[in-house]
Structures are given as structure tokens and as C-alpha cells.
Design a binder for this molecule. Structure first.
Ligand code: FES
Ligand code: FES
Length: 153
């Protein structure tokens, strides 16, 4: 199976079409940024873009990604650096264990691309599919607001 991942053509050698895109990204392509927390579409830790749409990669079959374009959290940041949303999460103290963070960063990226100045309610709604067991969410909201301030034109 062939697909594009973070702008590069990649091949899933030996992959079973029924395995999840999350498994393929992590175990076959060496991209561990997308996390496997529930494998049931409940937690958002595996969030990636598939042809520009935010999806839970644990719910997408590897075969469904054939010929399509995937962007993972690794693809958002410049080489060796942090994306401004990642930096905002760090600066706002929104990272504790960090397991939820990649999914939240991708979901926040999707939100801010659609709405550069979201209200708190809009942030909460956009991130409702992303579960964090550590932070209590307040600092995550702060981080998205901080990122919005820094990124807004
Ligand atoms: S691991 Fe995919 S939603 Fe939880
Ligand atoms: S920081 Fe631990 S789950 Fe969110």
C-alpha cells in the first residue's frame, strides 16, 4: 500500500489492509507521535489529518489510506522545532504526562485553521473528543487561546 505521509511518499510493506492506520503509522512507519490510548475512537490521542480532515487514526483502516494524504503531529512542526501550538502548550503548562498532547495539538491545529479566534466554548466543543486525564482542561484551553493570540493575523 502506498500513501503520502507528512508530504513524503511512503509504502506500507507487508501491511495487512485490516490493520489500523494508527498501527501502520506507529509500527511500520516509525511515527510514534500519534498515541494509542483507547483504540476505540473515544480519546482522540491518535488524531491525524486524512486528506485534510481530522480523523481518529485508530478507526481508519490502513487500506482506507491507500493513495491518500496523511499528516501526523510530526508533520506539523518544522524540523527540529516546535509548532507554535506545541510551544503554547508548553508555555501554558498544559502538558503533564503528555499522552493526550499530540492529539490535542492536531485537533487544535484543525480548529485554529477553521477559526483563528475561537471562543472558550468553541475551543471546548472542538476538543470535546480529546480526553486528558491529568490537566483538568483549564490549561489546555489557556494553551489554545495563547496559540490563537500568537498565530492570529
Ligand atoms: S486511540 Fe484512537 S481515539 Fe483513542
Ligand atoms: S497530560 Fe496526561 S492525559 Fe493529558
Amino acid at each position: 500500500m502506498k500513501l503520502t505521509v507528512n508530504g513524503e511518499p511512503r509504502e506500507l510493506e507487508g501491511a495487512w489492509g485490516g490493520e489500523s492506520l494508527l498501527y501502520a503509522l506507529r509500527e511500520r512507519l516509525g511515527l510514534p507521535g500519534s498515541k494509542n490510548a483507547c483504540e476505540q475512537g473515544e480519546c482522540g490521542s491518535c488524531s491525524v489529518y486524512l486528506d485534510g480532515t481530522l480523523v481518529c487514526s485508530c478507526l481508519v483502516l490502513a487500506a482506507q489510506a491507500e493513495g491518500r494524504e496523511v499528516v501526523t503531529v510530526e508533520g506539523l512542526a518544522p524540523a527540529g522545532g516546535l509548532h507554535p501550538i506545541q510551544q503554547a502548550f508548553v508555555d501554558a503548562g498544559a502538558v503533564q504526562c503528555g499522552f493526550c498532547t499530540p492529539g490535542l495539538v492536531v485537533a487544535s491545529h484543525d480548529l485554529l485553521a477553521r477559526d483563528p479566534r475561537p471562543s472558550e466554548a468553541e475551543i471546548r466543543e472542538a476538543l470535546a473528543g480529546n480526553i486528558c486525564r491529568c490537566t483538568g482542561y483549564a490549561k489546555i484551553i489557556d494553551a489554545v487561546q495563547l496559540a490563537a493570540e500568537r498565530l492570529a493575523p
